[in-house]
Design a protein around this ligand. Structure first.
Ligand code: MG
Length: 512
């Protein structure tokens, strides 16, 4: 695409034998980290309207810069307004600690990673890993329940900084001998971060220097134009305030002249302050802020939006980054199709490719370990049988026979000793490889989408609620807006071929 097309250019293109459906001839092949992944089949040709969340969906923030800003503002406020020790002022932000899908146990001050069955596979207190036995004692008898006030799920990318702050403050203050009320600490952090959002101090900083905090994605506008050109109707539903939303949209569309005169041409409706997830339930009637080529409103509800569009829910695709507010609630409350934006996919896929040799080496070690364990079991049984035979038949056996049995037992024991040494070596190597692989993803939590040999709770939620998922909205640029996105059938364990099932492995940090 080189510029905005006239209707006659578009007509020529559609009539051309070279072009079919959505000018798919100009599609570049996406790299793995730019692919769209499908959980539930989706025909984009059937989608007549596409809605977008704004923060961390259309607008990708420079997370490290934004988190560092929130971190320093929050720490400063905690000292000045809430009486926390000045010793926390020199804390530095560690971007690696907080990841989505973690759960904060407010009662004990722990941070947890769960598998898809909601069992806790890893736990930290402060910045220290909780000993396995303590973790098991506390959590093995129960599943974590999201509805409980005691547990808070880290759902959004905005919450990563709070998660680290909670752990870092526990670490620093308990190291200094303070006894903490974890509930109060959590509330103080939550209220302060919330205040910095509400009093606009954070947004003011972003508005002063948007290029410092918002990523520039040159493929975003072409991706939106691809939808627009194919006749899909586009809208925005965001919880951000109207003035901030308009500022961010202005920023995103500042160099979009080749495609749109501005965001008001691209989107026919912008719902600001939408109060998702309640927007997907009752919501509240919207207040019209601007009635131009784009209707800008405050509030609203799913029913009001669907009525305005006049399009049935299953022909609407909603793209968002918040598993609960954007994806889960819209999926449960409506028939909207869902696309989850998961920016973390880029690094996860890149690391996966980089460490593939380590993964292969680990699989080889695991195959050897399983064979050695099988040998150990078989030879152990043979020795047991020989002893039983010798004891039972000793009266009837000649000395020469008994000596032959003893020789055989000694020979097997030598094999077992050798086998044991080899097993120890392989186990050590496996453990080292698991640690290396996990640390390559994240030194605290390992892989985002796996834990304890299972899918993580975060991965399972994406699989359950997002029809499709991808690292960025701009990835739609690589797909025809008429594409049929098809999922692969996930095999049951019994359907996996035996060989790959035997090589199944778990590189959890917590291998014990
Ligand atoms: Mg968002």
């Amino acid at each position: 695409m080189t510029g905005k097309q006239s209707i006659h250019d578009r007509l020529d293109e559609i009539l051309s034998d070279q072009s079919y459906l959505d000018a798919s001839h100009d599609l570049a092949r996406p790299t793995p980290e730019c692919r769209i992944f499908t959980n539930r089949n989706l025909k984009l040709s059937r989608v007549r309207a596409v809605g977008f969340d704004l923060d961390y969906t259309l607008a990708q923030y420079r997370q490290e810069a934004l988190d560092a800003l929130v971190f320093s503002m929050t720490v400063e406020h905690l000292v000045k307004a809430k009486g926390y020790s000045e010793s926390i002022l020199d804390l530095n932000y560690d971007q690696q600690f907080g990841v989505r899908g973690l759960v904060i146990d407010i009662q004990f001050g722990h941070i947890l990673k769960m598998d898809k069955f909601r069992y806790v596979s890893l736990a930290f207190h402060g910045l220290q890993k909780l000993p396995s036995q303590d973790r098991r004692d506390l959590y093995n008898q129960q599943r974590v329940t999201f509805s409980s006030e005691r547990f808070r799920v880290v759902d959004t990318l905005f919450e990563l900084v709070e998660t680290y702050l909670f752990a870092a403050l526990i670490q620093r203050l308990e190291d200094q001998g303070e006894t903490l009320d974890y509930g109060t600490l959590f509330t103080d952090i939550r209220q302060t971060v919330d205040l910095k959002h509400r009093d606009h101090s954070m947004k003011r900083k972003i508005m002063e220097s948007p290029q410092s905090y918002i990523e520039r994605d040159p493929l975003l506008i072409p991706a939106l134009y691809r939808f627009f050109r194919s006749g899909k109707r586009l809208f925005v539903v965001t919880n951000s305030e109207a003035d901030y939303s308009q500022f961010v949209l202005d920023h995103l569309f500042r160099n979009a002249d080749a495609y749109f005169s501005g965001w008001r041409e691209c989107f026919e409706l912008v719902c600001a302050e939408s109060r998702k997830p309640s927007f997907f339930g009752q919501g509240k009637p919207w207040e019209v802020l601007e009635d131009s080529s784009c209707l800008v409103v405050r509030g609203g509800s799913l029913a009001q939006l669907e009525a305005k569009l006049g399009i049935p829910g299953d022909e609407i695709l909603y793209v968002g980054d918040h598993i609960y507010g954007d994806i889960l609630r819209s999926k449960r409350s409506s028939s909207w199709r869902t696309c989850m934006v998961v920016p973390e996919l880029k690094s996860q896929i890149r690391i996966e490719a980089e460490i593939r040799p380590l993964i292969r080496e680990l699989m080889r070690c695991e195959a050897i370990r399983k064979e050695l364990a099988m040998d150990f079991h078989l030879h152990g049984n043979q020795v047991k049988l020989l002893y039983q035979f010798k004891d039972a038949e000793s009266d009837d056996l000649a000395n020469g026979d008994l000596a032959r049995i003893d020789d055989k037992i000694a020979e097997i024991n030598r094999k077992l000793e050798k086998n044991n040494r080899e097993l120890s070596r392989v186990l050590f190597q496996s453990h080292q490889l698991r640690s290396k692989i996990s640390s390559a993803f994240n030194p605290y939590w390992g892989r985002l989408f796996q834990t304890g040999g299972q899918l993580s709770a975060f991965a399972e939620q994406i699989r359950d609620y997002a029809c499709i998922y991808t690292s960025s909205v701009s990835n739609f640029n690589f797909y025809s807006s008429q594409a049929y996105l098809q999922s692969n059938v996930t095999p049951m364990p019994h359907e996996l071929d035996t060989h790959s099932a035997e090589l199944d492995f778990d590189e959890s940090l917590d291998a014990d």
